[in-house]
Structures are given as C-alpha cells and as structure tokens.
Design a protein around this ligand. Sequence first.
Ligand code: B16
Ligand code: MG
Length: 213
Amino acid sequence: MKYKGIIFDLDGVVCFTDQYHYQAWKKMADRIGVYFDEKINNRLRGVSRMESLEIILERSTREYSEEEKKELAAEKNELYRELLGSMTPADLSGEVKETLDRLREGGAKLAIGSSSKNAKMILSRIGLEGYFDAVSDGTNISRSKPDPEVFLKAAEFLGLEPEECLVVEDAKAGIDAACAGGFDSAGLGEAAQYERTTYPLNSFSDLWVCCQE
Ligand code: B16
Ligand code: MG
C-alpha cells in the first residue's frame, strides 16, 4: 500500500447528508425571509456551520447580532438532527463499505476528517460507530477547512505523518486543507474536477487503485 493511513471526509464521501443540510437551512431561511436555493447550498460543502450561516445571511437585508446568529445556527442544527434521525445502515453504500474493508485488509489505518460536529451521530446512524481507527471532527478543532487542522489531528490520532496519509474529499475547501497540511488527496464530485487534487476519482472504489504502490 502506498499510504499507511487514509483520512476520509464524511459528508459527500462516506455518506450524503447534503439534502438534509439543505432542507434544514431552507426551513430556517424561509422563516426569517432570506432567499436560499440549491446553488447557494453548494457553497456550503465542507464549510463549518457558522461560516455556512454567514454565506446564507449575505442575502439578508438586516444585520444579525452574534447572539441571534448562534440562535439561528442552533435552530438549523435541531432541524438537521431531526432529519439525521431517519438515516439507517441502508444509507451506507455497499461500494463504500466493501472498499473500506478492502483498504483495511490491505493494511491501511482508516480515519474520519470531517468539519461536522454531528459526525459521531451520523457514523452511528449508518452503522459505522467504532469502525474507524480515529475520528477527527468539528468537536476537536478550532479552525475549519480550508485550514488543515482537522486532517493534521486525524493523522496525529493515527500516529502518522501527513506524507504517510491520503485525504479523500468531495469539496475544494477540503482539498485546499489537504494541500496546506502536506497530504496527497483523492477527489470525488467537484473535487475530482479541481486541479489541486492528486487523484481525481470517478467512484469511491477507484481509491483502491491510487493506494497501490
Ligand atoms: P455541522 P464534511 C461538513 O461535513 C458539511 O459538508 C458542511 O456542509 C457542514 O456545514 C459542516 O460539515 C458542519 O456540519 O453543522 O453538522 O457541524 O463534509 O466536512 O464531513
Ligand atoms: Mg464533504
């Protein structure tokens, strides 16, 4: 194996919660009368909750205090967690699970590197609680992607150096974070079209190929 560790972004890589993020933000935005659509939602990929709120409030005609922003973010998170409650292990694709198992059998250590503060709940909903060797998420960082902190922590939790790890991402902000931390990267979705991505992937199972010597 070319890499001793593989660090996976969660949302958009291991599973797909972007529709739930969208529905929850949309409900909050509609309530306060701020325009929000799927195109704006695309800008929220990999971005932290408070930074996502700032992007949504660009369309607002009034200013919000820090206290009000915290309340809006909490309102969205409550709606989002309610929606996450409907996720089950059936939301984990066979392709993802088989590829993860194969990489682990090949000798790689596996970690999560996610901006989400709900990562552990999501992992538990899709039946991956306790599966990863390390979980670095929104609860153990002070700076979100494109800062490399979440991936540097994941590598540290695995006891590995960045050069020994591959980061798998779907967001440009995540690829920028991987580059800033000195990691090679594999990209899905918009990250597969990004020139800074080391290995553009067509599908999750392609990972096996780029991890071979
Ligand atoms: P939360 P990832 C990110 O997850 C999402 O892509 C992004 O849309 C979200 O705002 C962020 O987590 C924070 O999520 O509100 O649950 O803390 O792609 O880094 O796994
Ligand atoms: Mg993502």
